[in-house]
Ligand binder design. Structure first.
Ligand SMILES: Nc1ncnc2c1ncn2[C@@H]1O[C@H](COP(=O)(O)OP(=O)(O)OP(=O)(O)O)[C@@H](O)[C@H]1O
Ligand SMILES: [Mg+2]
Length: 406
């Protein structure tokens, strides 16, 4: 929200700056053109018929046999132009920048004989233009200050209702998920008990399968509520930052892998490779745990029996990288673009397509990145990179673990 407000203020300031610059450019062009036309008109008149002994203001008239006025600028008349007019009998006009001012010079032969050079000093016109630009500069600063103020006000007025609506939506999601969580957990526990009793009492297979499916559905519903709660709390942004703590990503990954391996029933090999020292990152443990768990559970779901899942951790260039690679079906490069979109399920029934989207939210909230690559039929590879933080003083013992093999 603060970023949106800042952006509105900056855009307003930029628009005002552009407008004032455009107005300044138009004023300068129009004024310069009008001044030049006016001066040339006067100069042509003075050169053609002006009184050589009483030239108009800011003008000097030089002619053969007429001594120039005492205040005539140095370096005039321009003898080259005078000679040229004598030779060609055609008027010559030029603009000269000299002594911190600009001179307009016209040299022509009068009808009654003498060659006259009229010189006009533009210093007052130049001063007028400088005043114009100074006035525009002051207006620019005032306009910028005013537009920054107006932009900030506009930003507040327009963004505040949006922020309130988002906060209300977040509160609703959090409250609803929280309220639903307890009954769903109770139902999940009860159905697990029923399922065990059904197995013990040898109820018909159809009944037991139904109860198992119900257990699975309730379990997934619980996960979705957890995801919603996590997403809502991540959206809270800076408040969540205060919960960041230094934690060892390698230890966290081993612990998640150990939990996941309990569900594998020897179907797959799950291996963790990590350096023999901690890999500390600054983060929210529960959120990172879910992110790593999501990569593992996806890999488990998409790898056929007998396959292998490898989780590798390393640190390079100040970033801690965690890669989960599997030997499953993988995905096409076109699909890789969409994996992190919300509700993209890649044809998996009974799933929600939220896991990777949430994972990316978690990782970006931690200042990291997540990438996916695969060759269809040759497994998938997901890599999370998080900024590492200062390593703790004590080092953990060397570790290379096979987290689960059953
Ligand atoms: N390791 C993997 N191998 C092959 N495809 C994968 C892998 N991980 C994810 N995918 C593809 O990415 C899609 C999106 O994954 P995501 O985790 O976001 O959703 P989901 O697992 O289908 O549902 P949810 O995580 O919400 O329960 C999956 O449906 C699947 O098609
Ligand atoms: Mg998933």
């Amino acid at each position: 929200m603060r970023r949106a407000r800042l952006r509105i203020a900056l855009i307003t300031a930029a628009v005002v700056t552009l407008l004032i610059t455009a107005v300044g450019w138009v004023c300068d062009t129009v004024t310069t053109r009008a001044q030049n036309e006016q001066v040339w008109r006067e100069l042509r008149f003075g050169a053609a018929v002006g009184d050589l002994s009483k030239p108009p203001v800011c003008t000097w008239l030089f002619a053969d046999g007429v001594s120039p006025l005492a205040n005539a600028p140095a370096g005039f008349p321009l003898s080259g132009d005078v000679d040229q007019v004598r030779r060609t009998h055609r008027a010559v006009e030029r603009t000269l920048r000299r002594d911190g001012t600009v001179y307009l010079v016209r040299t022509q032969a009068r009808a009654d004989g003498p060659v006259v050079q009229a010189v006009f000093d533009m210093r007052y016109q130049l001063a007028d233009r400088t005043h114009l630009w100074s006035a525009l500069g002051v207006s620019e600063v005032m306009g910028l200050l005013a537009s920054a103020g107006v932009g900030a006000l506009l930003g507040r007025v327009s963004v505040t209702p949006l922020a309130e609506a988002l906060a209300r939506q977040r509160r609703f999601v959090t409250d609803a998920s929280h309220e639903l969580r307890t009954p769903i957990t109770q139902a999940y526990t009860r159905v697990q008990v029923l399922s065990r009793q059904a197995a013990a009492q040898k109820l018909p297979a159809g009944h037991r399968e139904g109860l198992d499916r119900l257990t699975g559905s309730l379990g997934r519903l619980g996960e979705v509520l957890d995801d919603l709660l996590l997403s809502a709390s991540l959206m809270a942004g800076p408040a969540r930052q205060s919960e960041h703590r230094p934690l060892d990503l390698a230890a966290l990954a081993r612990s998640v892998a150990a939990e996941e391996s309990e569900t594998l029933d020897g179907r797959l090999t799950l291996q963790v490779e990590a350096p023999p020292h901690p890999l500390p990152v600054n983060g929210v443990e529960s959120a990172l745990r879910r992110a790593v768990g999501e990569l593992l559970s996806n890999a488990v779901r998409h790898t056929p029996a007998g396959g292998r899942i490898e989780m590798t951790l390393s640190r390079a260039d100040g970033m801690v990288a965690l890669t989960v690679a599997d030997t499953g079906r993988g995905f096409s490069s076109a699909e890789a673009e969409r994996l992190f979109e919300r509700f993209h399920r890649g044809g998996d029934d009974g799933r929600y397509g939220l896991g990777l989207a949430l994972l990316r939210e978690v990782v970006t909230h931690h200042g990291g990145t997540v990438t996916a690559s695969s060759r269809p039929g040759h497994g998938a590879r997901f890599t999370i990179r998080l900024p590492g933080c200062a390593p703790p003083l004590t080092h953990a013992p060397a570790h290379r673990a096979t987290a689960g093999r059953r």
